[in-house]
Design a protein around this ligand. Structure first.
Ligand code: ADP
Length: 413
């Protein structure tokens, strides 16, 4: 007979559990200190999922955040998911566990996903992974739910415990505050960039004003200086409008005023606005659009997108160039119309293309001879995305550039 193990006394179990728990909380404190040491959102999100996996002893974890612009729930970080797959997936508020966690503001523990009607299977289908069980907790910052952290598949099929729920809930609360701080930091970054951008026209105005005070100034110089002052003031006005537009779009304070309207009419109207500007450079504009096509969108905002693309198509075109607007009606289930604005301009190098939708980015050699804020395309893209559409571009140096975007068609009836 083998030697009998001494029986484990109840209080020993309790002490062992207690020590384990203590170690877990110490680790949690350490992690939350680490979370607060970065203001970079990407780094932060990765640290959170790694911490979630470690603390709950699971195989994987993911974070979904509510997009402040569209209100949609989207994957922001996941251990086993490519950025492309994450971007393509919108998690429905109804018919998903994460959506349930957001709307109820409570954790959800699912021991067997296959017997759970709220389980949103699409994620596994897209990623090729297999989720057996999961724990989802809300991320709440300043009494507002901003997203969900999910820990997936307990290692070795161990049972979930109450401690798992408590630990992940505490982690999610710390993480939510850290995410809010990182977002605020991003905004303050925008403000400092903005102030920096305002300095240039302000300096030009100040210099012009000093020059005008000189008594010996010939009349023709005086006129030139006044013209500079006028155009710098225009630039300041455009910048402030752009800043405000973008700040509103980014903070999610922009409400879309959606209506059903005719796209071809809107195109004609937009071309009319830029007609003189195009004539000055002898640029022709042609439209190819089904005249019956109706959109369901914010008409004013889509006009803003079109005007931005058209003015760029004129500004960065060659003399006597052309612009072609081509509209493709919806061809699939998604019900999106594709609008393309193609020009015969100077084109954009592959290196510059990478930065095209970044705030304040202007191709160096265009910055000198045309006016702009470097915000127009960012604003256009945000508007398109707020409609659930996408914006992209193709370009070839010396040949031209085509910007395209998608926007919802009006339902058939
Ligand atoms: P802005 O025109 O006010 O500078 P945008 O965000 O609209 O700002 O455009 C950013 C930059 O992209 C421009 O400064 C220009 O260098 C480049 N760009 C935009 N559209 C075109 C185009 N159609 N052809 C060539 N370059 C373009």
């Amino acid at each position: 007979m083998s030697a009998q193990q001494p029986p484990i006394l109840d209080h020993e179990v309790t002490i062992r559990n207690y020590l384990q728990l203590l170690a877990r909380y110490e680790r949690l404190m350490e992690i939350s200190r680490q979370l607060n040491s970065t203001l970079d959102l990407g780094t932060l999100l990765n640290r959170i999922i790694k911490a979630a996996v470690e603390l709950t002893d699971t195989e994987s974890a993911s974070i979904m955040l509510i997009d402040p612009r569209t209100g949609e729930l989207r994957f922001e970080a996941a251990l086993k998911m490519s950025p492309g797959a994450m971007e393509a997936l919108v998690v429905p508020m109804e018919g998903s566990l994460a959506g349930w966690v957001v709307t109820h503001g409570e954790p959800v523990l699912v021991e067997d996903t296959h017997n759970e009607p709220r389980w949103f299977k699409n994620v596994d289908d897209t990623t090729g992974s297999s989720t057996r069980n999961l724990l989802g907790v809300p991320m709440i910052a300043h009494s507002k739910t901003i997203g969900v952290v999910e820990a997936l598949n307990k290692r070795n099929n161990a049972p979930w415990t109450e401690d798992d729920v408590n630990t992940l809930t505490t982690l999610a609360a710390q993480a939510a505050i850290a995410i809010e701080n990182a977002r605020l930091f991003q905004q303050s970054d925008f403000i400092s960039e903005m102030v920096h951008e305002l300095r240039t026209p302000l300096a030009a105005l100040k210099a012009s004003a000093s020059l005008l005070m000189r008594p010996d100034l010939p009349e023709h110089r005086r006129k030139q200086i006044v013209q500079t002052m006028e155009s710098e003031t225009d630039r300041l006005t455009r910048m402030t409008t752009d800043f405000l537009d973008l700040a509103r779009l980014e903070s999610g304070r922009t409400r879309l005023e959606t209506s059903v309207f005719n796209l071809n009419e809107l195109l004609l109207e937009s071309v009319d606005v830029v007609r003189n500007q195009a004539a000055d450079r002898h640029v022709t504009i042609s439209i190819s659009c089904d005249p019956t096509l109706q959109l369901e969108a914010d008409r004013g905002k889509i006009k803003q997108v079109l005007l931005n693309l058209l003015t760029n198509g004129i500004k960065y075109n060659k003399e006597q160039g052309a612009i072609f607007i081509t509209v493709t009606p919806p061809n699939g289930q998604d019900g999106m119309v594709r609008v393309e604005v193609r020009d015969t301009g100077r084109g954009i190098s592959p290196e510059n293309q990478k930065h095209m939708f970044e705030k304040f980015y202007r191709v160096a050699d265009t910055a000198g001879y045309t006016q702009g804020t470097g915000l127009g395309l960012v604003i256009a893209k945000r508007i398109v995305e707020a409609h659930g559409g996408e914006m992209g571009m193709e370009s070839e140096l010396g040949v031209g550039t085509a910007f395209h975007f998608t926007v919802p068609a009006a339902p058939a009836d």
